[in-house]
Design a protein around this ligand. Structure first.
Ligand SMILES: Cc1cc2nc3c(=O)[nH]c(=O)nc-3n(C[C@H](O)[C@H](O)[C@H](O)COP(=O)(O)OP(=O)(O)OC[C@H]3O[C@@H](n4cnc5c(N)ncnc54)[C@H](O)[C@@H]3O)c2cc1C
Length: 135
């Protein structure tokens, strides 16, 4: 977010680095994170030139930050394929079916609704046959 000459900056850190930072006081966390962010400063960046900034709020969420882990998308794809083959009328939505963010969860909801719609349209055109009872 930019106001003339100023900006706000959200920095999110998890896993081992978060564990290192948790015990430090807020000022130390601010300095370390601004320092880290400034090390690969993009061109035209609004990052502060020092490690101070104007004001900071530090939140410590223990084991609560959603992480996109390596191979996660491959795993999600596998679940989707398995579901499509084995349970044809179940459509799951949630961040675990896409990416761990509000955007991801919205996209997964839209996907699930579209798949349910396509399934229902198929049922109307060719009703699904119930398996014959044995015996
Ligand atoms: C600390 C934190 C910060 C985040 N910051 C951001 C951010 O800045 N930007 C961003 O895009 N995303 C952020 N996220 C991620 C985002 O919040 C999630 O990806 C998103 O909310 C997931 O939505 P969902 O509907 O899949 O699950 P949820 O929002 O977790 O909803 C699941 C619901 O199911 C309910 N439930 C669970 N079990 C049962 C049960 N057995 N019976 C009935 N109900 C049940 C739960 O109570 C909950 O209401 C953040 C997440 C966390 C934890």
């Amino acid at each position: 977010m930019r106001a003339p000459g100023k900006s706000t900056l959200d920095l999110l850190v998890g896993r081992e680095r978060a564990k290192e930072l948790f015990p430090l006081d807020d000022d130390d966390i601010k300095r370390q994170m601004l320092h880290d962010a400034g090390r690969r400063r993009p061109p035209d960046s609004n990052l502060p030139a020092d490690d101070e900034g104007l004001f900071t709020r530090v939140y410590r969420w223990k084991e609560a930050v959603c992480m996109g882990l390596p191979h996660m998308f491959k795993g999600i794809d596998k679940v989707r394929h398995q579901l499509n083959k084995e349970v044809i009328n179940l459509f799951l939505a949630g961040d675990y079916m896409h990416a761990p963010s509000v955007n991801g969860v919205m996209a997964s909801g839209i996907d699930a609704a579209r798949q349910a719609g396509e399934f229902l349209a198929k049922c109307i055109i060719t009703p699904i046959k119930k398996p014959k009872k044995q015996g």
